[in-house]
Design a protein around this ligand. Structure first.
Ligand code: RI2
Length: 302
């Protein structure tokens, strides 16, 4: 059984990371809490609300976390007749299943729409974008250029995962991206949050990759599940950017009396993005909200 506190710590320390994975981890903890419950609905409601608050406080930028939790706990706001526990288990299972399925759908769709042979570049480690690249490689054969992704080097994960799937990989430091961009045919990255206007918030450095791609007229794509769209964010400026411990960048003793910044994400304007590929299809960034289903129902439970 995954306790809420354990899940929250796993996410805070980035033992579990990646916008999709961390949402599923939080939802699994809520599911396990409901599963183990044998008291009243009122008591379960209080426990779930407390648990949701704890999980939501772990990482502020990835809206996948909030959307996953809200989807799993939607029964708290409904007037259903079934016991709350059963409804939460059903909702949590539905989110977990659709979230995993979406990655496969995006990989296929993305490989068909974006993929062609040649060189593809990606930044950080995203299940959706590595899925697209691996699938494109199976179909057309590609070489992947993977940027290091300072400070936590998620590019190493991507390089290993792609190599493990047979993709030839070139690994480079973030600051070499612009140097190789002239040889790149397409770029694909994931997303942590997408605003309604199509601005994309992803791992810090993504906007520089996008700028470089734009300068070189290389198409820049985003692969992300619909639950990474933040309905409450009109533009990317409405998304809070997480700041992490500066020691992830450099130990204080190595740079005494120096202020060190460690913003984890940045915002790529919608106009830099050719298409956003979701499990419901691909859209121009400005049209991304059209790919979403109806919003969460907000009636209070009796
Ligand atoms: P998937 C990651 O954030 C990266 O920014 C990545 O692009 C994004 O989540 C989406 O990943 P972090 O947790 O959901 O490494 O596509 O800070 O796997």
């Amino acid at each position: 059984m995954l306790s809420v506190e354990q899940a929250a710590r796993d996410i805070e320390t980035m033992q579990v990371r990646g916008a999709g994975r961390l949402a599923r981890h939080a939802v699994r903890a809520l599911r396990d809490l409901a599963q183990a419950h044998d008291g009243s609905d009122a008591r379960l409601r209080r426990q779930l609300e407390r648990a949701a608050a704890r999980l939501l406080a772990t990482r502020p930028t990835a809206v996948s976390l909030r959307n996953g939790i809200e989807e799993a706990l939607a029964p708290l706001g409904r007037n259903g007749d079934a016991p709350l526990r059963a409804e939460v288990l059903t909702a949590a299972d539905a989110f977990l299943a659709r979230s995993i399925e979406a990655v496969g759908v995006i990989s296929d769709l993305g490989a068909g729409l974006l993929g062609k042979s040649g060189n593809v570049l990606t930044h950080c480690n995203s299940a959706c974008s590595t899925g697209v690249i691996a699938r494109a490689h199976q179909r057309y054969g590609v070489r992947a250029f993977v940027s290091e992704t300072r400070p936590r080097h998620q590019g190493r994960l991507t390089a290993r995962q792609l190599r493990g799937q047979g993709v030839p990989v070139t690994y480079l430091v973030d600051s070499a991206v612009n140097m190789v961009m002239g040889d790149i045919d397409w770029v694909v990255v994931g997303a942590d949050s997408i605003a309604r206007n199509g601005d994309v918030v992803n791992k810090v450095g993504t906007s520089m990759v996008a700028l470089s791609a734009r300068e070189h007229r290389v198409p820049f794509y985003v692969a992300a599940e619909t639950y990474k769209v933040d309905r409450r964010a009109r533009t990317g400026k409405d998304v809070r950017i997480e700041e992490r411990d500066p020691r992830e960048v450099v130990e204080a003793r190595d740079l005494p009396r120096i202020h060190v910044m460690n913003p984890v994400f940045d915002m790529t304007p919608a106009r830099f993005v050719r298409r956003i590929v979701t499990e419901n299809g691909a859209a121009r960034p400005a049209d991304v909200a059209r790919l979403l289903g109806p919003g969460p129902v907000r009636r209070r439970r009796r």
